[in-house]
Design a protein around this ligand. Structure first.
Ligand code: NAP
Length: 308
């Protein structure tokens, strides 16, 4: 594909920032990678695995002369970081982010972006429950979607360049209105996380079943929810603070459906239960067919064989 940007600056080098840097380098998409983060320990971790070419504790210094600046910090930190860097951005640079809620990013960052900077917010729909530079890996975006939500008046050439960059990292790219994006992720990501946090929290509060029993018998279903409920607390706090309306709307639908299900259980309505579980099984099949999940037994967990 060749070099798309001569110099990029990655501000925040956790799971997402580190993965972007590693993939961009391996795929040869960029000339130089500047990496900035807040804490010395994180910068040292990033340096230890050689994710960039130059390392900064001051984001304003990292963005100088960069053609592309990618903000990879929690949603709650975006505003102050943007205020710090905007006076130092090169005219004609593309400014993007990876935040999971796009309406908030447009509302808070949009007014801060000066003339001459192409602002193209983005959201790679890929992640794990781990954080920090060492959690990053270059294949994270392979076959996953990245959604970009530029306003109508942003230069198409800038949007197209960022699309090429994400495709180069291995993603499929779709452009979408920010409000629509937030509704889509509310039901595909945010409500499922809230449900997982809630179930794991309920189990934690139970008195009639001991914690050791919960851990011991977890492979019956609970275990798979704990992966989601182990996601980064700060990131997810910010998601629910910034995507409140869409989450509440989807949660309303969820609660209604849960009441229907509760009634089916109470009434012993075998038909309703089997009908729902048959429909939901088909959804999982479609996700596997779309290449977004493995069909391997037990979610692809490695199992010892007779030879091991
Ligand atoms: P992470 O591994 O926790 O890394 C966060 C980075 O942001 C670190 O470099 C951290 O710096 C910096 N940071 C944290 N708080 C800050 C603050 N108040 N001011 C300045 N810098 C701060 O996070 P991540 O998983 O890469 O996620 C980053 C963002 O990407 C998320 O907030 C989310 O919106 C988005 N996202 C995440 C996922 C996911 O599954 N993780 C998926 C898609 C999008 P120090 O370590 O130096 O403090």
């Amino acid at each position: 594909m060749g070099i798309i940007f001569e110099k990029i600056a990655i501000i925040g080098v956790g799971l997402i920032g580190s993965s972007i840097a590693q993939a961009a380098r391996i795929k040869g998409l960029v000339g130089q990678i500047n990496v900035a983060t807040r804490r010395e320990e994180t910068l040292e971790e990033a340096r230890s695995i050689n994710v960039g070419d130059a390392y900064f504790l001051n984001a304003a210094e990292a963005v100088v002369d960069a053609d592309l600046v990618i903000l990879c910090v929690p949603l709650g930190a975006l505003e102050s970081i943007t205020q710090t860097i905007v006076p130092h951005l090169k005219t004609g640079a593309i400014l993007t982010d990876v935040g999971s809620v796009k309406g908030h990013v447009h509302k808070v960052l949009g007014p801060l972006v000066p003339e001459g900077i192409h602002f193209v917010p983005g959201h790679p729909m890929a992640g794990t429950e781990h954080s920090g530079p060492l959690a990053g890996f270059p294949q994270l975006f392979e076959g996953r979607w990245c959604i970009l939500t530029p306003e109508e008046d942003v230069a198409r050439s800038a949007v197209e360049k960022l699309v090429q960059f994400w495709r180069g990292l291995g993603s499929d790219v779709e452009l979408m209105d920010a409000a629509h994006h937030d509704m889509v992720v509310a039901i595909t990501s945010h409500v499922p996380h809230l449900v997982a946090y809630n179930i794991v929290g309920t189990v934690d509060d139970l008195e009639s079943v001991s914690k050791s029993e919960v851990i011991k018998f977890s492979a019956t279903g609970f275990r798979d929810l704990t992966r989601i409920a182990a996601s980064d607390p700060v990131m997810w706090r910010d998601v629910f603070l910034t995507n409140r309306d869409a989450v509440l709307e989807m949660l309303g639908r969820f609660s209604e459906d849960l009441s229907v299900l509760q009634r089916a259980v109470r009434m012993g309505d075998a038909h309703a239960l089997e009908d729902l579980f048959t429909r939901t099984r088909k959804i999982r099949r479609s996700i596997i067919d779309a290449g977004q999940e493995t069909d391997a037994t037990d979610f692809g967990r490695a199992h010892p064989t007779a030879e091991d």
